[in-house]
Design a protein around this ligand. Structure first.
Ligand SMILES: *Cc1c(COP(=O)(O)O)cnc(C)c1O
Length: 387
């Protein structure tokens, strides 16, 4: 059945490049990158690699799946130029599972340990609270509940004895993004949650101790979290760290300590091929810049009709929260915008319930044309309301 065209601006699960995505066409909340990825998955669904079975049915110990996971790792290493002294792990439990895994793996002394957290929005706040179950957490930035900027470095309180410095590169809900990674004190490993801006721009992996990202935003579907960990950080886990959260156990077993989410690894593999074929990280960055410029330029030239709450220096290029009718938003206008945009096939534009308003999520799979379609509609809506 032909599916109707939708413009899926969801914050995750989110659009997959359609090249990855056709078996999910009826799942409008859950699209993968461009037509190739989904189409390929559809074609191979019942008979992968001429095995007569789907990836979902093959043993995770089979040669065929071994190739799937090894190829995905190799492609990720190529795309990010991951140095040899880093392990790539395919884990479960999502980004949220990593909020616990990080202190459990890096703080053998637990209650005697402390770590520095840069809280810039909902996700880093959640991570800090989870870590507090196990260790002492030092909040580096002055307290704020608005999360529309990042305090100046002169106001930071870093601890030289911290086990690590934690930050969230892109706050999916508040739309605050670090465009330059924070500098940790000497000897303190830097830990980054890149769930929502993973593979949207080139990064220097060697600056990091650990990078993790849930796959469902930029590189696939839910049920898989990619973890990149520097080797010298392995083997420090607390005695009671669950084996499935132990980086060393996962690394020693090439992510096959227990049954991985084979299908999600396979989809991520297809997404990585798609990223490679679309210019790698430079290509993704160019798309990302163009797309976010399209929306921000409509917002900034609207004389306050559209309002972006975030400090321009830290505006996210991936998750763009905005209000209509001024800084506090006009309920009626925002509702009307949502229903009119839905009539045009644009879905998932409602802001997160904790901040309200609207939000456009422009993950890798969203095309420039789709973003232009939204930008044009925003202008049209503004013109209509001006009359
Ligand atoms: C979505 C998200 C998470 C949580 O991921 P789950 O897979 O739902 O656990 C964590 N951090 C960020 C920045 C996210 O966007």
């Amino acid at each position: 059945m032909e599916s109707k065209k939708v413009y899926n601006f969801a914050a995750g699960p989110s659009k997959v490049p359609e090249e990855v995505n056709t078996q999910f066409v009826n799942f409008i909340y859950f699209q993968l990158p461009a037509q190739q990825v989904l189409r390929q998955a559809q074609q191979e669904l019942l008979n992968y690699n001429n095995e007569g079975a789907s990836v979902m049915e093959l043993s995770h110990r089979s040669k065929t799946f071994e190739k799937v996971i090894e190829t995905a790792e190799k492609d990720l290493r190529d795309i990010l130029s991951i140095p040899d002294n880093y392990k790539v792990l395919f884990m479960q439990g999502g980004g949220t599972g990593q909020f616990a895994a990080i202190p459990l793996n890096l703080c053998p002394g637990l209650k005697d340990c402390s770590a520095d957290y840069l809280v810039t929005g909902a996700w880093s706040s959640k991570a800090a609270k989870e870590a507090e179950k196990y260790i002492k957490v030092n909040r580096v930035l002055p307290k704020s509940d608005k999360h529309v900027t990042i305090a100046d470095k002169s106001e930071w309180k870093l601890n030289a004895n911290a086990s690590y410095l934690y930050y969230c590169e892109n706050e999916t809900i508040h739309g605050v993004e670090w465009h330059h990674a924070p500098e940790p004190l000497p000897g303190v490993p830097l830990v980054a949650d890149m769930s929502s801006n993973f593979l949207t721009k080139p990064i220097d992996v060697s600056k990091y101790g650990i990078i993790f990202a849930g796959a469902q935003k930029n590189v696939g579907i839910a049920g898989l979290v990619v973890v990149i960990v520097r080797e010298d950080l392995l083997g420090k886990e607390a005695g009671f760290c669950p084996s499935v959260l132990s980086y060393k156990t996962m690394a020693d077993n090439k992510s096959l300590y227990n049954t991985p989410n084979c299908f999600a690894v396979y989809i991520t593999g297809l997404c990585l091929k798609w990223i490679k074929a679309n210019g790698g990280l430079r290509g993704m960055q160019e798309r990302c810049n163009k797309k976010s410029d399209l929306i921000y330029s409509v917002i900034d030239s609207s004389n306050g009709f559209f309002y972006s709450p975030v400090d321009k220096r830290y505006r996210s290029k991936v998750n763009l929260p905005f209000r209509i009718g001024g800084a506090n938003g006009d309920d009626e206008l925002e509702k009307e915008f949502l229903s009119e945009s839905a009539k045009r096939g644009m879905i998932q534009l409602k802001g997160h319930r904790s901040v309200g308003g609207l939000r456009a999520s422009l993950f890798n799979a969203i095309t420039i044309e789709e973003t232009q379609f939204l930008a044009n509609f925003m202008k049209e809506f503004h013109n209509l309301k001006q009359k």
